[in-house]
Design a protein around this ligand. Structure first.
Ligand code: AMP
Ligand code: MG
Length: 410
């Protein structure tokens, strides 16, 4: 029997993203609560920032033509703290002004207070010659009225929340959180806390995938329903998938997606819907699957993604495939992962037929060190490392070679 060639990641990812149509549900949230959420419309400024020309220093607002030479003496006729505004400034006059206060009409420069000397009788001596425009922040130099300051499809970060607030927005329109049902398969799995380490029966292991998958989904803005561990039984797997499909946008599973007799995910999905992708030419992560599970009421189906059980395989396939998918469900326009060229400080003498993702760490010399054990079960590699090298199929690596690095920070 000849096995069909595995699908390449470059072929699979566009097929996957073509299925990840942005969910139509929209929410209005407080700008305070919008970190990590995705804008569903452009944000346009209704005012200039700063709103008026204002002082960037504590000092004196002056007419530069009065101070063309050093040591000009001016009469101080007004005082403008931040939050107030001044009046017309005439020739021969200065206004005491503070950072952020609007420049009064008639003034065209600010002298910092370090360059001034207050004299008797409300007078000030300006020790240096003054240039028109100095120490003035111009209206609109940050944002001009009518400008699109944030675009639809942007995933908001703290800096963007500040910018939205600076143009007066207390609320933002964002896409709803994708509802993701998460479950693990495997009769060997035990939840930490249920059984003490010293009492673990032979053959049992703790369920680690559940913890990082849930945390990663939440960080990406998903609302996670954690369905726990589903037994390695055909009927139980079908029941869990069918139930989860009713009220979720995506079902994410780990384990049971290979070809063993105890792997029920693939036939279960096929019986409830369709399996569109299965088995990719990547290492780790080959058993990855994508499909759809029918919903009873709705014509629209629930997305299904099956990750391999081996923890590192699960972790890497999440990064490469689930992450862009759940971002796309939220309408994120830029879902591709950043790859940086870096220098390998290690040898990888044995090429693999599959594209490999090697756990590495950036070192102080600006290169990459390799974790010695690249087995897909060794989760220590993901903790020790800060990313993976994306190594093409059939490629060896020698110390000094340029490789493509993907940071876990993504
Ligand atoms: P599977 O994909 O179900 O064949 O599992 C592959 C390997 O990953 C087996 O050694 C499992 O015991 C292990 N494994 C499966 N699920 C988990 C999990 N949730 N946490 C930790 N290890 C797991
Ligand atoms: Mg299993």
């Amino acid at each position: 029997m000849t096995r069909p060639a595995l699908l390449s990641l470059d072929d699979a990812l566009p097929q996957l993203l073509a299925q990840a149509v942005a969910l139509p549900r929209v929410e209005t949230v407080s700008t305070f609560e919008a970190d990590g959420r995705v804008l569903v419309q452009d944000v346009v400024a209704a005012l200039q920032v700063p709103p008026q020309d204002n002082s960037s220093m504590d000092g004196y607002a002056v007419r530069a033509s009065d101070c063309a030479q050093a040591d000009a003496v001016l009469r101080v006729t007004q005082r403008i703290p931040a939050g107030t505004h001044g009046t017309q400034l005439n020739a021969g006059e200065a206004a005491r002004i503070f950072t952020g206060a609007p420049i009064p009409p008639g003034a065209d420069a600010v002298v910092m207070q370090e360059d001034c000397e207050a004299l008797e009788g409300d007078q000030v001596k300006v020790s240096k010659a003054v240039l028109a425009g100095q120490w003035i922040r111009r209206s609109g130099e940050d944002v001009t009225r009518g400008a699109t300051v944030l675009s639809k499809g942007t995933r908001l970060t703290p800096a963007e929340l500040g910018l939205a607030a600076s143009i007066g927005l207390a609320q933002l329109q964002v896409s709803a959180r994708p509802r993701v049902a998460l479950f693990s398969t495997g009769d060997e799995l035990v939840m930490p806390g249920d059984v003490a380490p010293e009492a673990m029966p032979a053959g049992a292991i703790y369920n680690s995938n559940r913890f990082f998958l849930r945390a990663m989904l939440q960080r990406l803005g998903c609302e996670v329903t954690d369905l726990g561990i589903v037994p390695d039984k055909r009927e139980a797997t079908i029941a869990a998938l069918r139930d989860a499909a009713q009220h979720h946008d995506l079902i994410l599973t780990s384990g049971g997606v290979s070809v063993g007799e105890e792997d029920h995910i693939k036939p279960a999905v096929e019986s409830l819907g369709e399996l569109n992708l299965w088995q990719l030419a990547i290492k780790p992560g080959k058993p990855f699957a994508y499909g759809k599970v029918n919903r009873d009421a709705d014509s629209d189906d629930c997305h299904f993604m099956g990750l391999p059980g081996n923890p590192v395989s699960s972790f890497v396939t999440f990064l490469l495939l689930v992450r862009p998918f759940v971002l796309a469900l939220q309408g994120v326009t830029k879902t591709d992962i950043a790859r940086t060229e870096m220098t390998a400080h290690f040898d990888w003498p044995r090429a693999d037929k599959r594209r490999e993702f090697l756990r590495v760490k950036r070192n102080a010399q600006g290169g990459l060190d390799l974790f010695p054990n690249q087995s897909s079960g060794v989760l220590t590699s993901a903790v020790w490392g800060d990313g993976v090298v994306d190594n093409p199929a059939g490629q060896t690596i020698a110390k000094g070679d340029t490789v493509r690095f993907i940071s876990f920070a993504e």
